[in-house]
Design a protein around this ligand. Structure first.
Ligand SMILES: [Zn+2]
Length: 142
């Protein structure tokens, strides 16, 4: 697939978060400064704005990886809820947030972009992070 880059796009320029898995179409990054242990983002590599702009096969592959990630996160971390979110108002480049939610997290039951309700710290240790990345790769590459 031809890579379409856009200037001034955060997702087309160098990556702020570590890439923990990728193929020709997609990459998964781990949002590190997280109060939401296991918070990942699945990015389309090409700069495309809407899901309806994608070919059906590509859209299905994209959604397939998102649902696989939801399953992996659900089984591995057993959060109270998982939020899947695709907004892109600020960065109109397709990406989906996979957000494990916990009753004790900073915004529950609001969205993570709502006003903070408490100050929970629920990060991975470095060892937990490495184990989580290894687990995702084992599941997605099997
Ligand atoms: Zn972009």
């Amino acid at each position: 697939m031809k890579s379409l880059n856009s200037d001034n796009c955060d997702l087309c320029s160098s990556q702020k978060y570590p890439i923990i898995w990728a193929n020709d179409l997609l990459r998964i990054v781990l949002i590190n400064d997280q109060n939401y242990k296991g918070y990942c983002r699945v990015d389309l590599i090409d700069h495309i704005k809407e899901m309806s702009d994608l070919d059906e096969a590509i859209r299905n592959e994209f959604m397939g990886v998102i649902f696989q990630m939801e399953n992996i996160v659900k089984e591995y971390l057993q959060p109270d809820k998982i939020n899947l979110a695709s907004l892109g108002n600020i960065t109109p480049h397709l990406h989906w947030h996979i957000i494990p939610r916990y009753h004790s997290d900073n915004h529950f039951p609001g969205s993570i972009w709502s006003q903070k309700k408490r100050n929970d710290i629920n990060k991975f240790s470095k060892t937990q992070e490495i184990e989580f990345i290894k687990h995702i790769n084992e599941k997605l590459n099997h």
